[in-house]
Design a binder for this molecule. Structure first.
Ligand SMILES: C[S@@+](CC[C@H](N)C(=O)[O-])C[C@H]1O[C@@H](n2cnc3c(N)ncnc32)[C@H](O)[C@@H]1O
Length: 331
């Protein structure tokens, strides 16, 4: 007879091996626009007709969404649960549909995890070249998750003395927008690839901050970052690159800062002995699959780069158990 432990372990392993099914239920509903429709109660056949699904398949998928507690069913009509209404309907302030879409675009990397494990490189040995639609989902996905982190950063760090921000790999400019909105005397420059800057411009325009933001198109691994900044943010960049590339980036940040300026590196950092946090340990694999060079780093790793570049002693600021900041000053 199986012991209690074996039964519990078996249940846990079964949950792990079937977890991908839940992701695919969410991906399918998100991609088809189901949650926007379910702001009103609707039957499976109406949903099927609206999104182009088979009616029986629609009923089965909708029931699966009920099992995930994303929607509810009463009397044969389906409707968003509060979580879906807040986070999966386009236009809502908590919208997460872009990041869900972005993660669904990375499924192929996970299907072929064995290839990456054998080669140590991204799938087919290359960083994934995104289509314009994939790039948009990625960059707007960063905005979905960054809005909350930007608010949390403003709660824990006093940025009121800074005037000239450089947002390295700024993506959709989420942090630039939040910092400038909170500090009217601050100006910002977003450094990123040209196709990403086009999306950043849209976001900055929507936020009404056009006159206070500049854009620098370039490759952060090969191009200089400019000069004259008193604050540099490197948010969610280092996990895409090797230790050597990150060390070189930190040196460029040092050169781009005025004396007395501050560098903030934000990422999913690990404990020095890599005992956790769990999210950051799993995220390293996600970045290995996506970029080949990708990984997550510890405070000791980051401190070695900032000390080598000439920065003074750093301090750690925790935003969440996994999102952490390393804050250093140029002497
Ligand atoms: C994970 S996103 C983070 C975006 C933003 N910093 C945030 O935290 O929301 C990484 C960003 O870095 C940019 N990036 C990555 N490698 C780059 C490179 N070599 N040159 C310029 N930009 C780069 C990407 O285009 C993307 O916008």
């Amino acid at each position: 007879m199986a012991s209690t432990n074996e039964r519990e372990w078996g249940t846990h392993i079964n949950a792990l091996s079937t977890a991908f099914m839940k992701s695919h239920v969410l991906f399918a509903a998100n991609a088809a626009g189901v949650f926007a429709l379910l702001e009103e109660p609707r039957g499976a056949s109406e949903i099927a007709q609206r999104v182009g699904w088979d009616a029986r398949a629609a009923r089965i998928l909708l029931d699966a969404l009920v099992s995930l507690e994303l929607i509810a069913q009463t009397g044969g009509l389906y409707r968003n649960a509060p979580i879906a209404s807040a986070c999966l309907v386009p236009g809502k302030t908590g919208y997460q549909g872009n990041i869900v879409n972005h993660i669904s675009n990375t499924v192929n990397q996970w299907v072929h995890v064995d290839e990456t494990l054998r080669t140590g490189k991204a799938l087919h040995g290359e960083r994934h070249q995104r289509t314009p639609e994939e790039l948009r989902a990625f960059i707007l996905g960063m905005n979905d998750i960054g809005r909350t982190s930007a608010r949390e950063m403003l709660d824990v760090i006093d940025l009121s003395s800074f005037r000239n921000l450089l947002d390295v790999g700024g993506g959709p400019a989420t942090y630039t927008i939040a910092f400038l909105a909170a500090h009217p005397a601050m100006r910002g420059t977003v450094f990123d690839r040209p196709d990403v800057l086009a999306i950043a411009r849209e976001q900055v325009h929507e936020a009404g901050l056009d006159g206070r933001v500049s854009y620098a198109a370039g490759d952060l691994t090969t191009d200089p970052l400019g000069s004259g900044y008193d604050l540099i943010l490197v948010s969610n960049i280092i996990h895409s690159y090797s230790s050597d590339t990150n060390g070189a980036l930190v040196r460029k940040c040092f050169d781009a800062l005025d004396s007395g300026g501050t560098l903030i590196i934000k990422d999913f950092l690990t404990e020095n002995d890599r005992s956790g946090p769990a999210f950051s340990l799993m995220f390293a694999l996600r970045m290995l699959l996506a970029n080949g060079e990708g990984d997550t780093y510890s405070f000791a790793d980051i401190e070695s780069w900032t000390q080598a570049a000439g920065f003074a002693d750093g301090r750690v600021v925790d935003l969440t158990p996994q999102t952490r900041l390393w804050v250093v000053r140029k002497p």
